[in-house]
Design a protein around this ligand. Sequence first.
Ligand code: C5P
Length: 298
Amino acid sequence: MVRVLAPAKLNLHLEILAREDSGYHQLETLFCALELADELELEPAAGGVELVIEAATPEAGAGLGRVTDNLVYRAAQLYLAQVGLAEGVRIRLHKRIPVGGGLGGGSSDAAATLLALDRMHRDRLGARGRLRLAAQLGSDVPFFLCGSPLALAWGRGGRLLPLEPLSSLPVLLLLPGQGVATGEAYAELDRRRQGTATATPPEVLRTSRLTDWDHLARHARNDFEDVVFELLPQLAAAKQALLREGAVMAQLTGSGSTVFGVFRDQGRLQRAADAAAALGIRTLLTRTACPPSPPPFG
Ligand code: C5P
C-alpha cells in the first residue's frame, strides 16, 4: 500500500497572456502549495482502475461528479495504458480540498496518482514521463510534480521555475459556495479583450522578489478578478474585508471562486474568520507550505 498527500495550491499571481489558435491561453503564474491536502491510498488490484472517494466535509464532497470523470481515475488509466500494465490499481481518495474553487485539488490528486503509481512500479516512467502525462491532464498538474512548494510557471503551466519557499504564513480561505467554470472565465476574458493583445507592461522578474511577501503584496494580481468579481460581487467585498482586517495580501485564486487572505498575525486572521462567518461565508484555515510537498523532482 502506498499513501501520498496531495496539497492544495494558491495562485499568488496570475496573468493571462495571449490566446493560442487552439483556444488555450498562455499564462504566467506563481504557484504556492498549502498545508491543506487530500490523501490517497493505492494498492495493486486485479485489473483496471477502482476508485473510492470519501469527502471529509460537505464542501469537499460538493460537485465531485462521476468517479470515472475524476482526474485520479483518468490519471491512473493514462498511466496504466502508457506503461502497458496488465495489473490494475485500487485507490481510496480522501477529499479535504473543496472542489471547483481554484485550489487545484483535482490537479494535485492527479499528480499524486502519477507519483504513487510510478513509485509502485519502480519508476518506470521517470520524471520526464510523469511530466508529459501531467501536461495532458491539465494546466495545474505539472506544478504538483515539481517538488517545490513555490514555483513560477508559464506557457500553459508546464514550464516551471522552482523557487525557494516563502516564509510559511497562516492563510484564511473564503469559500462562497458557488463555483466558476474555468473555461467560461477564460471565454469571458476573451470577450472583454475582443481579440486585442493584452497590454502587459515589460518587466524584469527577480526571483528574490518573488519570495518576499511584501513585494508580492504590492505587485501581485489575478487577471480573473474583474470577470469573476462581476459575476459574484460578494467576492470583491470579501477581499476588501480581508485587507481591512490586516491581511498581508488578499486575492482570488485561479479562476475562483475561493478568495484567500495571507496573515502575519493569528489574532487578525481570527477576527477576519469571525467576520466572514457572521456574513454566512464558509471558511477554512491553513498555512502556506514550507517543506517540499511531493517527493523531490527527478
Ligand atoms: O486546465 P483545465 O482543464 O482546468 O482547463 C479548463 C478550460 O479552461 C479549458 O478547456 C480551456 O477552455 C480553458 N483554459 C485555457 N487556457 C489555459 C487553461 C485552461 O483557455 N491555459
